[in-house]
Design a protein around this ligand. Structure first.
Ligand code: NAD
Length: 484
């Protein structure tokens, strides 16, 4: 079966592209082309925005009741549930996510997100009546924000797409989705499911393209709100354009999260936890715990345990269920990570596992060796900059206050963890670290609770009622009262 596509999903149909340009989807494992799809141009984006604008200004979707939209989206969720394995495979094929992670997080998590957003929408205060301060009542409504430009990255493509499309649609918005050029395939399957579920024409429009076309979409006057996940550098540019145009914007950006290992932590359990939270998706995760903080007296024990754990991880074919670390998304990413590994050595950090060069037994594909650096100072660039690959830095701390100071000494503030036998002490640490999410002896995201970043990790929150609220405008109505 070919994965090639020749059209875009615009206005409820498979529309011919404006140009003959194509995107090649290349397997990160074999370096071979696995699919060709059209590459969107500004003209395709214009057509998609016109369709979304018409569907918002004149179509049925924003005028349906929340309950009616919930019914259609529940249908979508049910259809999505039937395609989890296919969705996971597509994502592994296009960006190399290990199949174990794809079948845990890349496809099932977006579906759980859908189900959670359905429950949130059922309980959401779309319209409420409050006692007015001047007497009588005031009606507060939460209305659709309008036409949404949704721009996800390639690392968790459905996760970051459904986190925008689900709340946007439940709130009555229409959407132009621009998937990353590396990962268009999953969105074709999603489009088929949306169509089958009965989402009206023009409510979701999808044009895969690169950065420049993304910029055109962000600046387009037909867009009311931009929902972006990606790098902090791109987020800053997008925020500037939206600021100038006073467009609503939400940004989920980079991270450099710290895992604080307290001396009383069960080291074996901590290493099992870090294997996932630091190296999930081959280290290509915004919430990855890439700075491991250990006390000076416990430092060598933590470095040794981490070295043993990381060197024992299975690296290889992402389609193999045993694989824990697969290839990186692209050659560009492989080169970027290798540059950081060389930089860490120049900065004086010590490689205890990994280092540059292909993993043993692998001679093609965009692999890097999972790498652990010891003797890292938090001011080094490898400790401050997001590497986005399987590279960890172990940083010593003097005492708890020092650990929290180091954790907070970052331009980012997305996530963090603490590992300890004392749950109360863990909660105390959680309250002191300035990040949008925090885990004690674990890291997870809960779709019922807000997710997002402090500082340069973003603006706004996804998930929870707060994530749905981002797709609404507030309106206060003062009902007519008898003249006094
Ligand atoms: P990226 O910023 O290069 O690209 C992300 C998306 O934005 C792509 O679709 C790209 O084509 C588009 N784009 C880039 N510049 C743009 C611009 N100026 N205007 C409009 N569109 C633009 O990021 P990436 O390399 O694809 O993804 C990795 C980054 O995403 C990492 O920094 C990671 O931390 C971040 N991320 C954050 C979260 C989160 O929830 N906070 C989740 C996943 C990934």
């Amino acid at each position: 079966m070919t994965l090639d596509r020749t059209a875009f999903f615009i206005d409820g149909t498979w529309a011919a592209p404006a140009s003959s340009d194509t995107l090649q989807v290349v397997s990160p494992h074999t370096e071979e082309v696995v699919a060709t799809v059209p590459e969107g141009s500004a003209a395709d984006i214009d057509a998609a925005v016109v369709a979304a604008r018409r569907a918002f200004d004149e179509g049925p979707w924003p005028r349906m009741s929340p309950e009616e939209r919930i019914e259609v989206m529940a249908n979508f969720s049910m259809l999505y549930a039937g395609k989890l394995a296919e969705m996971a495979d597509l994502i592994t094929i296009e960006m190399g996510s290990p199949t174990s992670f794809a079948n845990l997080a890349q496809a099932p998590a977006p579906w759980m997100m859908l189900e959670t957003f359905l429950n949130i929408a059922r309980a959401f205060p779309w319209e409420e009546t409050r006692p007015a301060s001047l007497g009588g009542d005031v009606i507060v409504r939460r209305e659709s924000v309008g036409v949404v430009a949704a721009i996800p990255p390639w690392n968790v493509p459905q996760f970051t797409t459904i986190s925008k499309v689900a709340p946007a649609l439940l709130a009555g918005c229409t959407v132009v989705l621009k998937p990353a050029p590396e990962t268009p395939l999953d969105t074709y399957l999603m489009a088929e499911l949306l169509q089958e579920a009965g989402v009206p024409a023009g409510v979701v429009n999808i044009v895969a393209a690169g950065r420049e076309v993304g910029e055109h979409l962000v600046a387009h006057p037909g867009i009311d709100k931009v929902a972006f996940t990606g790098s902090t550098a791109a987020g800053r540019k997008i925020a500037a354009v939206c600021g100038e145009q006073l467009k609503r914007v939400s940004l989920e950006l980079g991270g450099k999260s710290a895992a604080i290992v307290l001396d009383d932590a069960d080291l074996a359990a901590t290493m099992e936890g870090l294997k996932f939270t630091a190296l999930m998706n081959s280290g290509q995760a915004c919430v990855a715990q890439t700075r491991i903080l250990a006390s000076r007296q416990n430092y060598d024990a933590v470095v040794d345990a981490l070295a043993e754990t990381v060197s024992g991880m299975t690296v290889g074919d992402p389609m193999d269920p045993a694989t824990e670390v697969g290839p990186l998304v692209a050659q560009r990413q492989q080169e970027r990570v290798e540059k950081y590994i060389a930089l860490g050595q120049e900065e004086g950090a010590r490689v205890v596992v990994g280092g540059n060069g292909m993993p043993e037994g692998i001679d093609r594909g965009w692999y890097v060796r999972p790498t652990v650096f010891a003797d890292v100072d938090n001011r080094m660039r490898i400790a401050q900059e997001e590497i986005f690959g399987p590279v960890l830095s172990v940083i010593p701390f003097d005492d708890l206050d020092d650990a929290i100071r180091i954790a907070n000494d970052s331009e980012y503030g997305l996530a963090g963890t603490v590992w300890t036998a004392d749950a109360e002490a863990g909660l105390d640490v959680a309250r002191r670290v300035r990040t949008g999410t925090y885990g004690v002896n674990t890291y997870t995201m809960d779709f019922a609770a807000p997710f997002g970043g402090y500082k340069a990790s973003g603006l706004g929150r996804e998930f929870g009622p707060e994530g749905l609220a981002q797709y609404t405008e507030l309106k206060s109505i003062y009902p007519s009262a008898p003249a006094v």
